[in-house]
Design a protein around this ligand. Structure first.
Ligand code: FE
Ligand code: ZN
Length: 587
């Protein structure tokens, strides 16, 4: 793995390079030996204030010690209420999240190229492949995969006795209207506001919400408004100050952090994300344009949602983040999974389970793509994105004919990067010829034997992880829960999730699903929130150098399965006793 180590060092150098800072070789070695060098480097750079042109190991260590020695309780004086979060810890946390955001930005800068500003967006909504000469780098393609599947003669999978029933409920594919000028973004945010307002009005507390313009004119009275959080910051005294906007105006809203405030409200304020639309119940100050917040209301999911289940004993399996073309694509494990799917391996119970799989959903990143992150070319075994699809298509031909495949793009795939992403481009689709496959957009809401599935690749999971204290990308379920409460898949604008200014907000969660599936963070995990099953898929790729740099620990070679009859999730383990030493969750 010499190439890998070199790439990691190059990334350390590049990180400092962004601050115009050259670093001593000993410091590179020192950081390369750390598990999680990015956040540490970022914290030290902040500590240094003015970043020197040349940074030595000695001065780096000095600054590092100063951070470690800093007293935990700094007197902020004046009887100001103490913030709920310890400031020293909060500062380190913020630095860590800033480092993560910066590294993600590097990823997306590389990927998006000149699709930087709203004005530059070229979004005609067609599914033609974008002009991308760098998507073809001439590395000799690998020989075709050899998948030896010997389906047992006597295997009679129960799923083969039923026809597939797929209905698409919401999908951008073929519906894109945006032309990509800034006016579109205005329309987009207006559409978002109205869609969210409709959901929020169903909340009893907001039934009488007034336009902000009218709230401004209600000194001393209790008011309810619905607005977009355009700014949010913590004051020196630890209060949370928001700026909330609707079409009629904007107003500052203060969440006071003292012992008279409901602690639950303080927690809720800490979980707010930029650009989300929510309800504010507040007391208008007697003087000045300020609201004193009494409650913050998200649309959330109502209790007792009516769950729909299939009458038939069928199941769906989910296969995200396969990353074909990467030199650490776990092909052996993947082939093992295909053999199981054909009833070739496993005990009686496992073979029975394989026989119940009627649907195979692929929620994005089936290939590794080209030019997605800096230095990726050193980690590819197939250097042409369409050759990667060819290889993936070849592997998928081993999926039994009675299984319906649903293919959705992710950020590594050949589709426009801006969400909502329409289905894969034509050339990629052509590599699935002869397969029983349907191509949907990202996100997409569809039913499988009447069970409502919301499938989203999951780019915004990273934005929650870098914006919200306590949220981590290796722990996606709490983030998925926040997404459901917001009823919006990607509220945060301008970070790592590129959005397209469609005239309708496809990221709003209108239909309450029975199953909410995401991928992208390469971890398998599942649980319920208010009667909705949430599931993050695993991956079929080991740990990349880039992920190592981000201290990102994948949990590969698990196949999540959703039982459509009993609405229960489980997973098949194809780790084959491989030691994923960087932290395999599987016992
Ligand atoms: Fe991925
Ligand atoms: Zn991804």
């Amino acid at each position: 793995m010499h190439a890998g180590v070199d790439t990691e060092r190059a990334q350390i150098v590049r990180l400092f390079g962004r601050y115009d800072c050259l670093i001593e070789p000993q410091l590179v070695e020192y950081l390369a030996a750390k598990d999680d060098p990015g956040p540490l480097a970022e914290a030290v750079l902040r500590e240094l204030g003015e970043v020197p042109f040349y940074l030595t190991l000695a001065s780096f260590r000095d600054a590092e010690e100063r951070i470690a020695d800093r007293p935990q309780d700094e007197d902020d004086g004046g009887g100001v209420p103490k913030p709920a979060v310890d400031p020293a810890h909060a500062e380190l946390e913020a630095a860590r999240k800033a480092a993560l955001a910066k590294m993600l930005e590097m990823v997306y800068d590389a990927q998006r190229g000149d699709l930087e500003t709203a004005d530059d967006l070229e979004l005609d909504g067609s599914t033609e492949p974008a002009e991308a000469p760098d998507k073809r780098q001439h590395v000799e393609p690998l020989a075709r995969p050899v998948v030896k599947v010997n389906r047992p003669k006597n295997w009679d999978p129960i799923a083969s006795h039923y026809d597939g029933q797929i209905k698409i409920l919401q999908d951008i594919t073929g519906q894109s209207t945006c032309e990509g000028n800034t006016g579109d973004f205005h329309k987009y945010f207006t559409a978002r506001y109205h869609a969210m307002e409709k959901l929020l009005r169903k909340r009893r507390e907001l039934a009488n919400a007034v336009p902000i313009e009218r709230a401004l004119d209600a000194p001393g009275r209790e008011v309810a408004i619905i607005g977009m959080v355009t700014e949010s910051r913590t004051t020196n005294a630890g209060h949370k100050l928001l700026e909330v906007e609707d079409e009629s105006g904007k107003i500052a809203a203060l969440v006071v952090n003292n012992d008279r405030t409901d602690p639950a409200l303080i927690v809720r304020a800490g979980l707010l994300v930029p650009d989300e639309v929510l309800g504010v119940v507040a007391q208008k100050a007697a003087k000045g344009d300020l609201l004193i917040v009494q409650d913050l209301i998200r649309p959330d999911i109502p209790y007792n949602t009516e769950r729909i289940h299939a009458e038939e004993p069928l199941a769906a399996a989910f296969l995200s983040d396969v990353h074909v073309g990467s030199d650490i694509f776990l092909e052996k494990n993947f082939v093992k999974m295909l053999q199981w799917l054909n009833g070739e391996t496993g005990n009686e119970r496992e073979r029975k389970m394989a026989g119940r799989i009627k649907y195979l959903v692929v929620p994005g990143d089936m290939v590794d793509g080209i030019g997605i992150y800096p230095g990726q070319e050193h980690n590819l075994t197939i250097g042409d994105i369409y050759d990667q699809y060819e290889y993936f298509g070849e592997l998928m031909r081993a999926v039994p004919d009675h299984v319906d495949v649903i293919v959705q793009p992710g950020n590594h795939d050949a589709a426009r990067p801006n969400e909502p992403q329409p289905a894969l481009d034509k050339e990629a689709v052509s590599k699935f010829d002869g397969l029983n496959a349907r191509f949907v957009g990202n996100p997409s809401t569809f039913t499988l034997h009447d069970v409502r599935v919301l499938s989203y690749h999951g780019c915004s999971l990273m934005d929650f992880a870098t914006s919200v204290q306590g949220m981590e990308h290796h722990d996606p379920l709490p983030i998925m829960e926040e997404i459901l409460k917001c009823r919006h898949l990607a509220p945060i604008y301008g970070q790592s999730t590129p959005l397209a200014p469609e005239h309708k907000d496809y990221m709003v969660i209108d239909t309450i699903p029975d199953l909410f599936v995401t991928g992208h963070v390469h971890t398998f995990d599942t649980r319920q929130y208010r009667g909705i099953n949430m599931m993050n898929c695993s991956t079929w790729q080991g740990q990349t150098d880039y992920q190592k740099m981000l201290n990102f620990k994948p949990n590969p070679a698990m196949l999540p399965i959703f039982d459509l009859q009993h609405l229960k999730s489980t997973a098949m383990d194809f780790t084959m006793g491989m030691d994923f030493t960087y932290g395999n969750k599987v016992a």
